[in-house]
Design a protein around this ligand. Structure first.
Ligand code: AMP
Ligand code: MG
Length: 321
């Protein structure tokens, strides 16, 4: 990646995350348009405010269906399809549990088991009813809530890429709080760092070289709290209602669309290394990097990127599945 003066960086804080845009020509008006586009989608999709199109659906749970704009409908439809895959760890209706745990927000706490059991009853993806003609969404049970927190950034990163392409930008990068989408191949590739879990912000396990690809990471170290020596992180198991507990610290996906990356990080987080590697057989478009608690970096394949290990306390291995 070039380190010369021709890179122009623009930053903002949106969606509760630091946003970084890199361009190769100085273009303040374009950067402003990118940030307003992100804000526009945030306004439609957020569940961290009283009003948005997604919150309108949530407020009407158990009462009536709500028509939404086409992009919101399409994203919800895609999220429901991913949630309905057999054994899926992704669940767009996880909202009531996310709101109760409040992981990463003020007031986080471990809910009593009976509350979790009760909330599991209102987190069923099949109870999200879609109407393709009316572009409307109906949550059939009171208390249900859609939460697109796992995929909104990926979706928006792709829309930023589309805007930049439309504006004739051939080389650029958008980093939406860890969801990276890249355009072009400045000096051959982009180098994207893979964070070292539970370490200083700039500590890296390794680096990937990619071109025209998205790189998305979901990690337990991103948002969590500790109580009585136990760590509770923000990716919940839709079956138990508790944080997913397995051998993983993080999953990174390299793909063309950041939305795919965002969905697959959650799917593979739930699947674990072995099953995850098997799931990727025959998916030439999706590649994964698993970082385990046992300090292994497991690569599903290396078709679309090159990986360099930068921390020798980790062991680099390839999926054998
Ligand atoms: P990410 O950072 O992309 O891994 O997304 C994490 C966010 O997704 C959480 O903060 C929740 O808002 C939401 N979430 C948590 N668990 C799940 C799940 N099992 N399925 C879908 N979304 C989830
Ligand atoms: Mg995600």
């Amino acid at each position: 990646m070039p380190t010369d003066d021709s890179v122009y960086s623009y930053s903002a804080v949106l969606m509760g995350s630091p946003i970084l845009l890199k361009l190769f020509s100085h273009n303040e008006p374009l950067a402003s348009r990118v940030f307003s586009l992100i804000k526009q989608y945030e306004d439609l999709l957020t569940v961290n405010r009283a009003q948005s199109q997604v919150m309108d659906i949530n407020h009407a749970a158990g009462e009536h269906s709500v028509p939404v704009s086409r992009p919101v409908y399409q994203l919800i439809k895609c999220a429901k399809a991913s949630s309905m895959l057999p054994g899926s760890a992704f669940n767009l209706a996880i909202g009531p549990l996310v709101k109760r745990w409040r992981i990463g927000f003020k007031g986080d706490s471990v809910p009593p088991a009976d509350e979790i059991a009760a909330l599991l009853e209102v987190t069923k993806a099949e109870d999200v009813l879609l109407d393709d003609t009316a572009l409307s969404v109906f949550l059939t049970r009171k208390g249900m809530e859609i939460d697109l927190g796992a995929i909104a950034k990926g979706y928006i990163a792709d829309r930023v890429r589309d805007l930049l392409q439309k504006e004739g930008v051939t080389e650029g990068l958008i980093n939406l709080g860890g969801n990276v989408q890249t355009l072009g191949t400045p000096q051959g590739y982009w180098s994207i760092g893979l964070k070292k879990p539970f370490s200083d912000a700039d500590a890296l396990v390794g680096a990937m070289e990619v071109a025209n690809k998205s790189v998305v990471t979901s990690g337990t170290y991103e948002r969590y709290f500790e109580k009585n020596g136990q760590r509770y992180h923000h990716i919940l198991d839709p079956k138990t209602g508790y944080p997913l507990d397995n051998e993983l610290d993080s999953v990174t996906i390299i793909s063309t669309d950041s939305l795919d990356g965002d969905i697959w990080t959650t799917l593979l987080y739930g699947a674990g290394v072995e099953h995850g590697c098997r799931m990727l057989k025959g998916r030439d478009d999706i590649e994964a990097i698993f970082v385990t608690k046992a300090r292994e970096v497991v690569l599903s394949s290396r078709r679309q990127f090159r990986f360099t290990l930068l921390d020798d306390s980790y062991r680099l291995i390839d999926c054998t599945a």
